[in-house]
Design a protein around this ligand. Structure first.
Ligand code: NAP
Length: 242
């Protein structure tokens, strides 16, 4: 039986790279996206070209009904074996004194509430051998001063989700891990008002460059795979040394 995995935020960036990589590893894939239908259908076409089944579901992960719809639709691919909780957002870079309440709420909604809602559905549906990967951030331990401390705090909360859920689901044979990327070359930075961040930050990254989405996808794919059968409750940092 081939694995069936949901990747939230699978239309772009790290999520799209992960969906493509998992397809090459034999997974059927359901990706969730919020707005960019064309980007989502491009990823689905790439997956189908590998011979796997794929669907794109428009589902805002902050909406419980949409999350239920996402998981129900993914079930048409077969019994669920994995979840990649990846859909995340930042807000405009700046000091906390400039933070707008609506941006704070949105960041917490997507990066934390959305992760919990999806993890809850996964916990109800996964069976022995299933796995969840929560995409966190190196920000969770760096704190992102002057940039987005609220985002860093929300990501730290997802690390706690990883630890607690790993213990809760371990008796059921379900593993839960996190991946904490450093600065990765995606659209996320443009959306926070710093489109060149992957290049401008290179000087403070020990490996001297930003990461590529596929370098995160490999870590996620490993944690989902049976090769990681004894890894649970851990957060794998993939940050070029940051
Ligand atoms: P990205 O390129 O901006 O892509 C974000 C994805 O999430 C898109 O597919 C977007 O869909 C989707 N999305 C956003 N809000 C959503 C919602 N409410 N419901 C459903 N889908 C939603 O971001 P990325 O850089 O790949 O980031 C992926 C994850 O890695 C995030 O959790 C982020 O916090 C984390 N991360 C990124 C970096 C980095 O440097 N890039 C570093 C550390 C951690 P639409 O396009 O349809 O809106």
């Amino acid at each position: 039986m081939q694995p069936v995995t949901i990747v939230t935020g699978g239309s772009r960036g790290i999520g799209a790279a992960t969906a493509r990589r998992l397809a090459h590893a034999g997974h059927h894939i359901a990706i969730a996206y919020r707005r960019d239908h064309t980007a989502a259908t491009d990823v689905v076409a790439d997956i189908q070209a590998t011979g796997r089944n794929a669907i794109a579901v428009q589902a805002d992960t902050t909406d419980p009904d949409a999350v239920t719809h996402l998981f129900d639709t993914a079930a048409t691919l077969g019994p669920l074996t994995g979840l990649v909780n990846n859909a995340g957002v930042t807000s405009p870079i700046g000091p906390i004194t400039d933070l707008r309440a609506e941006d704070l709420r949105h960041v917490v909604d997507v990066n934390l509430i959305g992760y919990v809602l999806c993890a809850q559905q996964a916990a109800r549906r996964l069976t022995r051998g299933g796995a969840i990967v929560n995409v966190s951030s190196a920000a969770a331990t760096l704190g992102s001063p002057g940039e987005y401390v609220h985002y860093a705090a929300a990501k730290a909360a997802t690390d706690t989700l990883t630890i607690g859920l790993a213990k809760e689901l371990a008796p059921h044979g379900i593993r839960v891990n996190g991946v904490a990327p450093g600065i990765i070359r995606t659209d996320l930075h443009a959306l926070s008002g710093a489109p060149d961040r992957a290049d401008t930050a290179a000087g403070r990254i020990p490996l001297g460059r930003a990461g590529e989405p596929d370098e995160i996808a490999t870590a996620i794919a490993w944690l989902l795979s049976p090769e990681a059968s004894y890894a649970t409750g851990t957060v794998l940092r993939v940050s070029g040394g940051l």
